[in-house]
Ligand binder design. Structure first.
Ligand code: NAD
Length: 498
């Protein structure tokens, strides 16, 4: 297969003709010419074919980033900020392309694609703003020295992103890192190499960002371990931003740690939404349904445990099941189908197996539980207990797992009996009570009276326990993608002992 560097891709829904991978401002094939196919989960059809990079290609992309980095870091911060704002403008101009491509490549409901392309420009605007932040401080000195702390770019940063929210999560990794003067090698997921990578490279090119600042390598699952290793161990790489599963994230963090490289890893979740006895029931049903079923439950912040005060059991169950029945499953390009396909066969079988195990362990199925190909019907279960796998393991599918508690202490125990700690919610009419309960949940992010799925570009996004290490967003990204240096100037105040 050859790539078409002049491709204009008139109809992104019909398919995407790749120009190649982006390295040092050139569109290139894999050095051994390998490619792999990308499927549209909604139709099962091949949607694109992209280069299947090997280790040498990853090394070449890293070398291109390293070559471009000194000039990029030397560019005045405000000029870098202008270019980040231009990236935002190009994304906005190409909104329709992205909506079609996102829906086709990752099978997301069209309104999820709209949300994603509306959010992505704000990530680059926040990155532009971050470039204006103070980049250090002056410290008092016991000896009257000029004593300064500076933050400087790291050099080359590798960004590895997942398939579920590809444009947004790639952008979150690259935006501030680039605005700070680093150059990036981005490796999107093999499920979403186009919207998570190649289209972003097009946008950067169109925005006039210099060649080599953003480089994109795409590879299949067969070659991801060699490419992934190179993106961590190559001596030119100084930091890694990873978003994905806990198993892979731990491997990356351990490898990076062994080499004393920075790693910011955002991983899986098993998030709880706690409905207290004084909750506004409309809000409770709405946030629980959105949290459990948005994007078929394939969000790291999906509500995987809905914890409801026992006093509300009957009303919550009848209303939640009725609300679940309202959801339409089908072609995700249609506005009124909120539930589209699961990303692939392996994942739909994993969801099915997790549910079957829960039922055989004693859980009760109230609704759903069936599927048509990759389309898994929204499912409601109760009766899950802490001795079951369903209680602890991430499902990453449209399964609402409802449990009941007798008091706040039990609610907290059910939420905190968890190896993950990403996001959590408390629904209550009493804000002070909500904050008090939220503060006791062992999670990186918690919300009173909103869903567990919530993010903004300026917040320190991330989790504790198996949900990750480090934070992305706003000031946290500045810390993650710069290094600290202490500089002093002696002015005659300090005597040396000899
Ligand atoms: P994944 O770990 O399978 O893949 C993530 C990325 O890692 C992909 O680009 C993949 O190609 C790459 N990868 C796989 N093996 C690798 C290796 N050996 N070396 C280097 N890279 C490798 O995860 P996924 O299936 O794409 O995403 C789903 C998971 O991501 C879920 O667990 C979800 O909770 C998590 N997630 C977390 C966040 C967050 O911000 N915390 C956001 C989205 C998704």
């Amino acid at each position: 297969m050859s790539f078409d560097a002049t491709s204009t891709n008139a109809d992104y829904a019909a398919g995407y003709v790749a120009k190649g991978m982006s390295m040092g401002g050139r569109w290139v094939a894999a050095q051994d010419g390998k490619t792999f196919d990308v499927h549209n989960p909604a139709t099962g059809k091949v949607w694109s074919s992209v280069p299947d990079a090997g280790r040498v290609d990853a090394a070449a992309a890293i070398a291109a980033a390293a070559a471009a980095q000194p000039a990029w870091a030397a560019m005045a911060f405000d000029k870098r900020a202008v270019l980040m704002n231009r990236v935002a403008e190009v994304l906005e101009r190409r909104k329709d392309d992205f909506i079609k491509a996102l829906t086709s490549e990752c099978g997301g409901w069209v309104r999820k694609s709209m949300f994603e392309i509306n959010y992505a420009p704000t990530v680059y605007r926040a990155a532009a703003a971050a470039a204006y932040s103070p980049m250090g401080e002056t410290l008092p000195s016991e000896h009257g020295k000029l004593s300064m702390v500076e933050r400087t770019p790291l050099g080359v940063v590798s960004v590895i992103s997942p398939w579920n929210v590809p444009l947004l999560l790639s952008s979150r990794g690259i935006g501030v890192a680039i605005a700070m003067g680093n150059c990036v090698v981005l490796k999107p997921s093999e499920e979403t190499p186009v919207t998570g990578g190649l289209m972003l490279a097009e946008v950067f090119e169109e925005a006039g960002v210099p060649a080599g600042v953003l480089n994109v390598v795409t590879c299949s699952r067969d070659r991801v371990s060699e490419v992934g290793d190179e993106l961590v161990v190559n001596p030119l790489v100084k930091a890694i931003s990873f978003t994905g599963s806990t198993a892979v994230g731990k491997h990356i963090a351990m490898t990076a740690g062994g080499l004393l490289k920075k790693a910011c890893v955002e991983l899986g979740g098993k998030d709880s939404l706690i409905v207290l006895d004084d909750a506004d029931m409309d809000r409770a049903i709405r946030t629980a349904r959105f949290g459990a079923f948005f994007h078929q439950g394939q969000i790291c912040m999906s509500t995987e445990k809905i914890l409801v005060d026992r006093k509300l059991e009957d009303e919550f169950m009848s209303r939640f099941i009725a609300a679940t029945k309202e959801l339409k499953v089908g072609d995700p390009t249609q506005m009124d189908n909120q539930i589209g396909p699961i990303i692939n066969q392996k994942q739909v079988e994993a969801v099915e197996a997790r549910l079957a195990q829960a039922i055989s362990d004693g859980a009760t199925l109230h609704h759903g539980g069936t599927r048509d190909g990759l389309y898994f019907n929204p499912t409601v279960i109760t009766g899950v207990t802490p001795d079951m796998a369903m209680f602890h393991e991430e499902t990453f599918g449209p399964v609402a797992n409802i449990m009941f508690f007798e008091n706040e202490a039990e609610a907290l125990s059910l939420a905190n009996n968890c190896d993950y700690g990403l996001s959590a919610s408390v629904i209550t009419r009493d804000e002070a009570r909500g904050l008090r309960v939220a503060r006791q949940i062992e999670f990186g992010m918690a919300h009173v009276n909103d869903a567990t799925i919530y993010d903004e570009p300026t917040i320190p996004f991330g989790g504790v326990k198996n949900s990750g290490m480090g934070r992305h967003g706003g000031k946290a990204s500045i810390d993650a993608f710069t290094q600290t240096r202490w500089l002093t100037v002696e002015r005659g105040g300090r005597n040396t002992p000899f």
